[in-house]
Design a protein around this ligand. Structure first.
Ligand code: FAD
Length: 352
């Protein structure tokens, strides 16, 4: 029987789950508080004005650096994206003197920007943007999804929460005590991110596109415009620098101007001299990544068949984009078994 499914969250977890359910013939409606899909697979469209008063726009990938596969299933997903042309391998030149990459690391990035991956997954699926879901409750007609006292969409048979744990916890509290408690206790690391456009006039460009400084506030520095499919502008370098989790936590509530000053100074040190910024800004990710070493929950997703309620995301499936994707696929498998729907061939291929 066709199930009406509400998916809250349009990052890679929500988009993956939504696609698997829609391909199996269910009526899926996605809701996200942002203006479009992607979540932490993010590209900022930064508007600024140059010295001659000309308005300029620069796109900077200020969330996840890229996709890295450890499992054969995620590798196959990446290979499909590369064949279809919306994923490209990114082989950055690594700065010397910093921390090395893990052996065998291969990055892939969606083109032309990071949200493209979720846009592709959500093709043809109904979505409502700019709506923060703040209440879920069941009545005899089904699940009601609400935002600021307004009901969103028709009643639903099943609900999927694909959100960072701190954002899932308040929605779960009246519905699933134990999950709400576990979600509220799930640690997530914050990250302050500096992004901006610098002039390259009169300076020798660095011979690297990615750096992992061994010390100081910065964990990662990359040239966003050196990635596949990104626009390169003559005389400009587009920088994105992510602060370490410890530094970000220690300065989480500091004023953005102060943070920007600190991170610009750290980037200048990494580049070996002053940087002439045309425009720069910072973004605070309160929930960037689960810690690398942590006691992960036993299940890769949560599914309550009696209520028709499921939860997925990187905090359940493992750190990073791959973990979020694996978690979403586990949940989609559980939901499809529950729904008992005949799987279409495309959907069968998509599931483990
Ligand atoms: C700076 C940074 C660097 C990273 N680097 C890497 C990396 O190199 N490699 C890697 O694998 N991973 C990296 N990650 C982590 C990776 O981005 C995440 O693990 C992955 O994207 C999580 O996907 P998700 O779908 O679980 O969650 P999200 O992408 O966070 O999606 C959740 C969605 O839910 C929406 N939402 C939240 N609350 C509500 C609500 N109440 N109502 C409606 N919508 C809501 C949000 O707007 C968002 O779109 C990085 C993350 C950051 C921030």
């Amino acid at each position: 029987m066709v199930q009406r499914v509400a998916v809250i969250g349009a990052g890679i977890a929500g988009a993956t789950c939504a696609q698997a359910l829609a391909q199996a013939g269910h009526a899926v409606h996605v809701f996200d508080k942002a203006r479009g899909p992607g979540g932490r697979l993010a590209t900022r469209r930064m508007a600024w004005v140059d010295a001659s008063g000309q308005p300029c726009t620069t796109r900077l990938d200020h969330g996840a650096l890229g996709l890295e596969a450890r499992s054969p299933a995620f590798q196959a997903f990446i290979d499909d994206g590369v064949r279809a042309g919306w994923l490209a391998e990114w082989s950055p030149r690594l700065a010397t003197g910093g921390r090395p990459l893990e052996r065998g690391t291969r990055f892939h990035v969606p083109v032309p920007d990071m949200p493209e991956l979720c846009r592709r997954l959500l093709q043809g699926i109904t979505a409502t943007w700019s709506c923060t879901v703040d209440n879920l409750h069941r009545n005899p007609l089904g699940w009601q999804v609400e935002s600021a006292g307004q009901r969103l969409g028709a009643p639903f048979d099943l609900v999927v929460l694909a959100l960072p744990p701190a954002q899932a916890a308040p929605l779960l509290a009246p519905l699933q005590d134990e999950w709400a408690r576990q979600a509220a206790l799930s640690p997530m690391q914050p990250c302050w991110t500096l992004m901006g456009v610098a002039t390259t006039a009169g300076t020798a460009p660095p011979r690297w596109d990615l750096a992992r400084p061994a010390a100081g506030p910065l964990a990662w520095v990359m040239r966003s415009d050196a990635r596949p499919g990104r626009a390169r502008m003559h005389g400009q370098a587009h920088w994105v620098a992510h602060a370490r989790a410890g530094w970000s936590r220690a300065h989480l509530e500091q004023a953005p101007d102060w943070v920007a000053q600190q991170l610009r100074a750290a980037l200048a040190e990494q580049l070996g001299g002053p940087v002439e910024w045309l425009h720069s800004t910072v973004h605070r990710w309160r929930y960037a990544l689960p810690p690398a070493r942590r006691c992960a929950p036993a299940e890769s997703c949560w599914w309550d068949a009696a209520q028709g309620l499921g939860v997925c995301g990187d905090f359940l499936g493992g750190r990073g984009v791959e973990g979020a994707w694996l978690s979403a696929r586990s949940l989609a498998t559980a939901l499809l078994r529950h729904a008992g729907a005949p799987l279409t061939p495309a959907c069968c291929e998509a599931l483990p």
